[in-house]
Design a protein around this ligand. Structure first.
Ligand code: SAM
Length: 287
C-alpha cells in the first residue's frame, strides 16, 4: 500500500520514474505529513462535495482529498508526473487526473462534465508563478464552487487576505474581496516542502460570495480603477489614477471630488465602498 505521508516512499517513486524537479513549474512538493490532511479537512470537500485540484504533483494532497470527497479531478501540466500519479494513487478509484494547463483549460466545462452541476470546491498547493492569475481566473469566471482553499507564499496570503483600506492591502486584496471572503487558515514553514522554497507559505480559504459586497455599475471599470490606483501605491490618487487611466489630472480631481474622496488619499487607504463609488463616477463621466 502506498504511504504518501512517508517521505522516503515518495522520494523512491519519484526517483524510480527518473523525475527531477522543475523550478519553472513551481514544483515544491509537500512532505510535511500534517499539512495535507488538515488542508483536505478544511477545504469543504465531502461525501457530497467534489473537488478540483490544480497541480497534484506526486499526489500527496490528492490522496487526502480522495479520502474526504466522493470525487477528485486533478489537473496536472507536467506529463512526467502521470506515471508517478498512476502509481501513488493506484488504491483510489475516485480520482481523475487530467493532463492540461490549468490556465488554458475550460474549467467550467470540466466541472460540468465531471460533477454534473453538483456541489464542488477547489483545493490546491498552487505553483507560485501563477498564484494570482489562477485565483483571479477562477473568481472572474465565476466557477460554480463554494470555496477555494489554496496554499500560496505567505506574503501573497497576507496581501490577498488584507482588508481593502488597510496598509497591507493591494490590488489583489480588492479584487479577491469583490468575489469572496478570504480567511487565513494556517502558516506552513518552508521546511515542509521538497525542495524547500526560499520563503514560508500559508493556506487560505476564499469563501465565495453569492453577491458582491458593493454595488458596482461597471465591473471592468472597477478593476481598472483598482489596478490604476495601486500601480503607483505610494502616490496620491490624483497622480496614480491620472497616469494609470491616462486621464488629465484635473479631470481625476473632479471625479474624486464628486465621489467625496480626499485628494490626498492613497490606494491603500481606499475601502471597497470608496473604490466602488469612484469607479461608478468614472464610468458615468467617461461613457
Ligand atoms: N500538490 C502537490 C503537493 O502539494 O505536493 C504539488 C504542488 S507544486 C507547488 C505545483 C504543481 O503544479 C506541480 O505539480 C506542477 O507541475 C503543477 N503545475 C505547474 N503549472 C501548472 C499549470 N499551469 N497547470 C496545472 N498544473 C501546473
Amino acid at each position: 500500500m502506498s504511504n504518501l505521508t512517508d517521505i522516503s516512499y515518495v522520494k523512491g517513486v519519484l526517483s524510480k520514474h527518473g523525475f527531477t524537479f522543475s523550478k519553472a513549474l513551481g514544483q515544491n512538493f509537500l512532505i510535511n505529513p500534517g499539512v495535507c490532511p488538515r488542508m483536505a479537512q478544511l477545504s469543504g470537500a465531502s461525501s457530497s462535495v467534489g473537488v478540483v485540484e490544480i497541480g497534484p504533483g506526486a499526489g500527496v494532497l490528492t490522496s487526502e482529498l480522495a479520502k474526504v470527497s466522493y470525487k477528485v479531478v486533478a489537473v496536472e501540466l507536467d506529463k512526467r508526473l502521470l506515471p508517478v500519479l498512476k502509481e501513488t494513487l493506484a488504491e483510489h478509484d475516485n480520482i481523475k487526473v487530467v493532463n492540461a494547463d490549468a490556465m488554458k483549460l475550460d474549467l467550467k466545462q470540466l466541472m460540468a462534465d465531471e460533477f454534473n452541476g453538483g456541489e464542488a470546491v477547489v483545493c490546491a498547493n498552487l505553483p507560485y508563478y501563477i498564484t494570482s492569475p489562477v485565483i483571479m481566473r477562477i473568481l472572474e469566471e465565476r466557477l460554480p464552487i463554494d470555496s477555494l482553499t489554496v496554499m500560496v507564499q505567505k506574503e501573497a496570503a497576507d496581501r490577498i487576505c488584507a482588508v481593502p483600506g488597510t496598509r497591507e492591502s493591494g490590488a489583489i486584496s480588492a479584487a479577491v474581496h469583490y468575489y469572496s471572503k478570504p480567511e487565513f487558515l494556517f502558516k506552513v514553514s518552508k521546511g515542509s516542502f521538497l525542495p524547500p522554497p526560499k520563503v514560508d507559505s500559508a493556506v487560505i480559504r476564499l469563501n465565495i460570495l453569492k453577491n458582491p459586497p458593493v454595488q458596482v455599475n461597471n465591473e471592468k471599470m472597477f478593476f481598472k480603477t483598482v489596478k490604476a490606483a495601486f500601480s503607483q501605491r505610494r502616490k496620491t490618487l490624483p497622480n496614480s489614477l491620472s497616469s494609470g487611466l491616462s486621464l488629465p489630472k484635473q479631470q481625476v480631481i473632479g471625479v474624486l471630488d464628486t465621489a467625496a474622496i480626499p485628494l490626498n488619499a492613497r490606494a491603500e487607504e481606499m475601502t471597497m465602498e470608496q473604490f466602488a463609488c469612484l469607479s461608478n463616477v468614472l464610468s458615468e463621466k467617461l461613457s
